[in-house]
Write a protein that binds this ligand. Structure first.
Ligand code: AN7
Length: 363
């Protein structure tokens, strides 16, 4: 009645899906966990909130390790293995290390990760441990970790997989291709959170390539948002001691500074900053009104978009895509606090149906 079973279409990861558009060839060993192919989720409640025609969330928490980093890591680790590397190293606020550790495990090589002491979330740390990375907590911030990772990879036999490695940006540009494939056009505005600005630069690269081959008619405006205590692009210079609860983007000296400035200028985009409070408000809005659970830093783009609409920018008639970069389970503690910051503990009840119905307000 339902016909013969047919082979289900299986997404094959970004290198296989976009092979001809990436810097790879037949000799490149493809290390993949099936990354990419993430949902573009309609966000009518957010469109209404900001007065736009249509808003979509590119839900990057749906990648194998729960963040967009997997797109760049499949490329970086594949190329590293292709070059004969036996070990990779990265500095990380957490997601890069989780991804590097997983792809290194899949490749059967060693991973070394340098993280700022006490400043990465439990979910991310557990991933690096699970995938058997050699983890060192550095007495410094992310920027110090990156300096150290660059130094080690320059002088010792270990391959750097931070986004200063162009293979990372190359892999991450596939997210823009997917947006265009899904919409059949480019958005008017693309919004995302910014730390090192690797992803901001990568989306722009993807859109620029789509523009060159006429898959889109114009370049989307790139809007990048940072946390107020960690906003070097807004300040116009590096921030020495960045601070924000959004630990993923607690970065004061962005590695992709120049690329990001070019992307902002050529796309007629902008950078902005939002407070931790605004980030947490949007974090809750996305999970409660749209069913999309992200880590706080991932709500920064949407929070910036909302702030822009509140302060007078009109999005009437606009088609907007907002990238939400990492999954809520990476850092679940923020969902377990109410607006005043108090712990939320579900009520305990007996097994009596009448009593439970009454507690639920059903009786
Ligand atoms: C969820 O993992 O830098 O602007 O070391 O984890 O490309 O740096 C993470 C960054 C946004 C910012 N959202 O992206 C790391 C790291 C999440 C992130 C960013 C990060 P970039």
């Amino acid at each position: 009645m339902f016909g013969k079973p047919k082979k289900a279409h299986q997404w094959r990861g970004v290198i296989n899906e976009y092979f001809s558009r990436l810097d790879v060839d037949k000799s490149t060993p493809i290390i993949t966990l099936g990354e990419g192919g993430t949902p573009l989720v309609p966000a009518p409640a957010l469109a209404k909130l900001v007065g736009a025609d249509r808003v979509y969330l590119k839900f990057e928490g749906m990648n194998p390790t729960g963040s967009f980093k997997d797109r760049g890591m499949t490329m970086a680790v594949s190329k590293a293995v292709g070059h004969g590397a036996r070990a990779v190293i990265c500095a990380s606020t957490g997601n890069t290390s989780a991804s590097a550790a997983a792809y290194a495990a899949a490749a059967g090589i060693k991973s070394v990760v340098l993280v700022p002491e006490g400043k990465i979330t439990l979910g991310k740390l557990s991933q690096a441990v699970a995938h058997k990375a050699q983890i060192l907590q550095v007495q410094g911030n992310f920027d110090d970790c990156l300096t150290l990772a660059r130094d080690l990879s320059d002088n010792y036999p270990v391959h750097l997989v931070n986004s200063v490695n162009p293979d990372r940006i190359e892999g991450q540009k596939t997210a823009a291709f997917e947006v265009v494939d899904a919409l059949g056009q480019g958005p008017d505005i693309h919004v995302l959170p910014v730390g090192n600005a690797g992803n901001y630069s990568a989306y722009f690269k993807g859109y620029q390539e789509d523009f060159k081959v006429r898959r889109i008619k114009k370049l989307p405006k790139m809007y990048g948002y940072q946390a107020e205590g960690s906003a070097p692009f807004v300040q116009g210079s590096p921030v020495k001691n960045p601070e924000t609860i959004a630990t993923a983007i607690r970065i004061g000296n962005p590695a992709s500074w120049d690329l990001a400035q070019i992307a902002r200028e050529k796309s007629q985009g902008k950078f902005g900053a939002v407070s931790d409070k605004e980030i947490l408000w949007m974090h809750r809005f996305l999970s409660q009104e749209l069913g999309v659970f992200v880590e706080p830093s991932s709500a920064t783009g949407a929070a910036g978009l909302y702030k822009a609409s509140k302060t007078g920018e009109s999005f009437a008639g606009a088609l907007i895509v907002v990238t939400v970069t990492g999954h809520g389970l990476k850092d679940p503690m923020w969902a377990l606090k109410d607006e005043a910051g108090n712990e939320i503990t579900p009520e305990a009840v007996s097994t009596n149906a009448a009593e439970v119905a009454e507690r639920l307000g059903l009786a």
